[in-house]
Design a protein around this ligand. Structure first.
Ligand SMILES: [Zn+2]
Length: 66
């Protein structure tokens, strides 16, 4: 058997971002390229919306997690 799974898969530039909700200050982690709308688990405010690629993040970005 030949191992054809070399490192040819392009690594996505997606990351997890720690954000703070604009409405209630809840801190949470969202995926940079989420495919669904992300809402704050506390107040329900929209935190991130999907686009074709990266999400639009509406909350305040605190830091990017590697
Ligand atoms: Zn909130």
């Amino acid at each position: 058997m030949t191992d054809s799974f070399e490192k040819s898969i392009p690594s996505p530039v997606s990351r997890f971002v720690q954000v703070v909700c604009n409405e209630c200050g809840n801190r949470m982690t969202v995926f940079d390229s989420a495919k669904t709308t992300v809402r704050c688990s506390v107040c329900g405010a929209v935190v991130a919306k999907p686009t074709g690629g990266k999400s639009i993040i509406y909350a305040k970005k605190e830091k990017v997690l590697e």
